[in-house]
Write a protein that binds this ligand. Sequence first.
Ligand code: PLP
Ligand code: SF4
Length: 395
Amino acid sequence: MSPVTTVIKEDMTHSSAGPNIPLSPQEQRVIKLFPGATLADWEDWRWQIRNRIRTLDQISKLMKLTPHEERGVKGAGDKLTMSIPPYFAALIDEKDPGCPIRLQSVPLDYEFETTPDEMLDPCGEDKSSVVHGLVHRYPDRVLFLVNEMCAMYCRYCTRSRMVGDGNHTLNTSTYDAALNYIREHKEVRDVLISGGDPLTLGDRMLEYLISSVKAIPHVEFVRIGTRIPVTLPQRITPELIAMFKKYSPLWMSVHFNHAVEVTPRVKHACNMIADAGIPMGSQTVLLRGVNDSPSVMKKLFHELLKIRVRPYYIYQCDPIVGSRHFRTTVETGINIIQHLRGHTTGYAVPTYVIDGPGGGGKIPISPDYVVSKENGRYTLRNFAGGLYTYVDPTY
Ligand SMILES: *Cc1c(COP(=O)(O)O)cnc(C)c1O
Ligand code: SF4
């Protein structure tokens, strides 16, 4: 081997920018699809966004598509386009059509089929919108949808009616209408900034939003709902973290679906977030073939606790148009909770919820631990199946 080859090889595996995490063999394979791309590019979230994999031609260079995928990629529309950051694409197992990352990110033609119970807006968000982009469903908190762009479009997205690049219907004047609404509603003490993915916005725009919300006296804290720490961990830069620290207390909900998403880069990003004093909760969508078994979920939640992310919700997959192939029975979700509660760390057990179709909000579903209830006598089943009686006090 000549010295030159050695140098190039080293350059391909170590980067001076960013967290200095060597490229995995898969990452080395993917970066070669972008002639001239450097390790600094790979560490640059804007490069990752610009170079998302969006065409049949590009994805075909990465893997041999199945006929269902090929039809899916060809048929995906303007909304919920295929869009996979090279970083995330490198997590795909190109030999396995059942790979959980692949199922979440590569369209299948099943998306074009629909059943009568499926809806375009299953959570009834448009109906509960008080001003454009602001959903006020619960008494003391609002959901502020600040953009429509994500790094990766999840194929089962509950907001597929609105997410996608190139829809620029939100701007500072719509933001100002939402901010005014919050100002006028003194009962709002918690503002959840989501989208799209708010972290696809630049630092300045994000700071404008967070600081404007925080400046409202009755708002106690801001939350950010995002999938970026998973699909594009490079976005979590020291500059972004420094900005976040100015607006403590800030909470973050991060959408995680599978343990393979917890890579060294994701660990690094979550460490930065946690070290900045930002508590993180995870939101996981129960998806057929991706995470619909107790062992897959348990592994994910154990990995999350190691990176200081507290499992928060498992969502039953919403009946979004074209989601049948992703949806499981409700029994599947109940069974998962039953296999977690008592069997592992309580912090590793999220709340399983169904978003009541049509706008009911999150409704918790749990295994039946109350076997019978009569005149204040409760017969209870514990995690191991044992029966216990609790009697209410009498006064
Ligand atoms: C999920 C959601 C919230 C936040 O709910 P929490 O249970 O407090 O996390 C708020 N508003 C809307 C419309 C939501 O869908
Ligand atoms: S990141 Fe969230 S909003 Fe964006 S496509 Fe995925 S589920 Fe939808």
